[in-house]
Structure formats: C-alpha cells, structure tokens
Write a protein that binds this ligand. Structure first.
Ligand code: HPA
Ligand code: ZN
Length: 326
C-alpha cells in the first residue's frame, strides 16, 4: 500500500524501545537451547500464545522471565543486532535504546557483560546501517533506591557511552519521588533523564517526573490528558512524549486503537512521537505502530511527517545532527 511505503520510507528516530522487549520467540528459543536454560514453553507457538495481557504487570512477569535466556556478551549482541536490522528496515535512522541492567545483575550476569554486548551491536549498526544510536540505562522502579544507586555505581566506567537514565517497570505504587535522589546523582554525572509516567499511573506521577526527577523526556504520558493544566505545561515546555500505540492496546491503556489519543495529543500542541516499546511482545515494530494509528485515526501524511520530525526534535542528538534530519 502506498501509505505503508510512505511510512517505511519516512526517516525516523525510535526513542522508546526496551531492548529486552525486542527478544523474539525464535531467538528466545534458540538462546534457551544454546545456553541450556529452561523456559516454560515447549515451542515457539507456545511462547507467542502466552502473550495476552490485561495490564502492565501481566506483561512484565513474562518479559522478565523471557530475559532469563540472556547470559553472554554474544547473547546481548545478537539481541540488539536483530533489533537494529529490523529497525533499519522500518526507516529508523537513529535509535535510543533502553536496557534494564537490574534484570540481569539479579541473575548473576554482570553489568559489564550486558553493556559490552549492546555496545558492540550499536557500533555494528552504525557501520552496517549508517544509523546513529544511543543507550539509556533504565532503573527498575519496583526495586528500592539503594539497588538503583548500586546500578548507577556499576555504570561509572561506562558513563561516556550512556546518554541518559530512565525509569520503568511496575508504575502503580512506585511513584517517581522514590528515585529523586538517584536521578539527581545521575544528572550530576552529566546524564540526561527520561521516565515512564502516566502509562497506568495518574497525572500526579507525571508532575513528579517533571518536578522531582527533572526529566528531559516523558515515556508514554498518556494519562496527562486527564489534566488540562498539565497538558498546557507539557505543550508550553515542548516536552517530548514517547507514545507506543501497540503497547497501549496490548496493555489495555486504550480499549481500542480507534480510541487512541495520538492525534488529540498533536492537536493539543504536544510533541508526541510514535515508538514500539517492546515490539516482540506487542505485535509490531515502529512502522507497524505508525500504520496502526494512521489506519485507526486517519492520520494525514502531514501528521506522519510531524511525528517523525518530533522524534528527531525529542532525541538526544546534538542540535546540528537534529537540524540535519529536519
Ligand atoms: N512500562 C513499564 N515498564 C516497562 C515497559 C512499559 O511499557 N516496557 C518494558 N518495561
Ligand atoms: Zn516502555
């Protein structure tokens, strides 16, 4: 379809992608065999069949269990290389990928193993696909502040390779304020910051992410729309929202794609972007996400161009590189 070709051909940045969430069932199965790790699935079809969620936590339980097959530098390299190949095919020219080090250090896999594999795939993607890439270290918010501080400490030798810190996992009951001091420490080290807020959590969590974490970018942010004062502030400050339509559908943040607020966000003057979140679990990569909202909400080509422009404006690329993409 011409619109599908237009979407794929549109140069875009991906700003909200959990690399562990790009673990396709085929690779999960292959790594389980390669590493002799038991997984609770007999075959690839059983893995896919398990991917039905009615809330964020249903997904997280399966996502953390799946990550158990990742053990070696080569595993993390192969995981990220597969993502970059897939993203390049969707017209991604710049990707800022998140990783969850605590998911791995808790299993005895070192921070250095994880980041070494990811960085080698990033370097490879830059030469193979001519992409630029950045890395975001995301803290698990269901764990405590001390655990996040230990993770930041483990990152110290790698700070020149890390663009930002992030905050993900179970949102309800784990408000941003829990991590205010860790984010302040990260900022003092020169890192930028992002946080998931307003996916399942209330607008108050978005205010906390802005006021207490001083985030540079807001992941999801959907529930901000419940608060017109907050919407006006996000618009006035040109805060980037990294919206993930297929994730929103699978995790029941929206009941139906025809009710997705992406175009309302744009009309409200928000700097919204479209991203894939956990593409192996939510049924599609970034172009599938653009196509889903285009079809369900009747987005125009001008809207799609705006979304792609916003992705560069909201990136952590230097100003001259952003300008070169506009
Ligand atoms: N929300 C919170 N935590 C996550 C997500 C998400 O969408 N994806 C991976 N970890
Ligand atoms: Zn996410």
């Amino acid at each position: 379809a011409p619109m599908g070709d237009f979407i794929t051909g549109l140069p875009k940045a991906e700003l909200h992608l959990h690399i562990e969430g790009s673990l396709e069932p085929e690779l999960m199965f292959a790594l389980a065999e390669r590493n002799g790790v038991a997984i609770p699935y007999a075959n690839i079809e059983e893995i896919r069949a398990a991917y039905h969620f009615s809330r964020l936590q249903d997904f997280l339980d399966i996502y953390y269990a799946g990550a158990a097959v990742l053990l070696t530098v080569r595993d993390f390299h192969d995981l990220a290389a597969a993502y970059f190949d897939r993203a390049a095919a969707d017209g991604v020219v710049h990707a800022e990928i998140m990783f969850d080090p605590q998911t791995h250090t808790a299993r005895g896999v070192s921070f250095d193993t994880v980041i070494t594999g990811l960085l080698s795939a990033m370097e490879e993607a830059e030469t193979k696909h001519g992409m630029t890439t950045k890395l975001i270290l995301s803290f698990l918010r269901h764990l405590d502040e001390a655990d996040a501080f230990e993770t930041l400490e483990a990152a110290r030798p790698w700070l020149d390779r890390i663009a930002a810190v992030g905050l993900d996992s179970s949102e309800l009951g784990h408000p941003p304020e829990k991590f205010a001091r860790v984010f302040a420490a990260a900022r003092a080290l020169g890192l930028k910051s992002v946080a998931h807020a307003g996916e399942e959590g209330p607008p108050d969590y978005v205010y906390q992410a802005l006021d207490l974490l001083a985030i540079d970018r807001l992941d999801h942010g959907n529930r901000s729309l419940e608060d017109p004062v907050l919407v006006a502030r996000l618009a006035r400050t040109a805060m980037t929202l990294t919206v993930c339509p297929l994730s929103n559908l699978k995790l029941c943040v929206v009941d139906d794609m025809v009710a997705h607020p992406i175009d309302r966000m744009l009309r409200a003057g928000l700097r919204a972007t479209v991203n894939s979140d956990d593409p192996a679990y939510f049924g599609g990569y970034i172009a599938d996400n653009y196509r889903a909202v285009e079809a369900a909400r009747g987005l125009t080509r001008a809207d799609l161009v705006t979304l792609a422009r916003n992705s560069f404006l909201g990136s952590f690329l230097p100003d001259d590189a952003v300008a070169a993409h506009l």
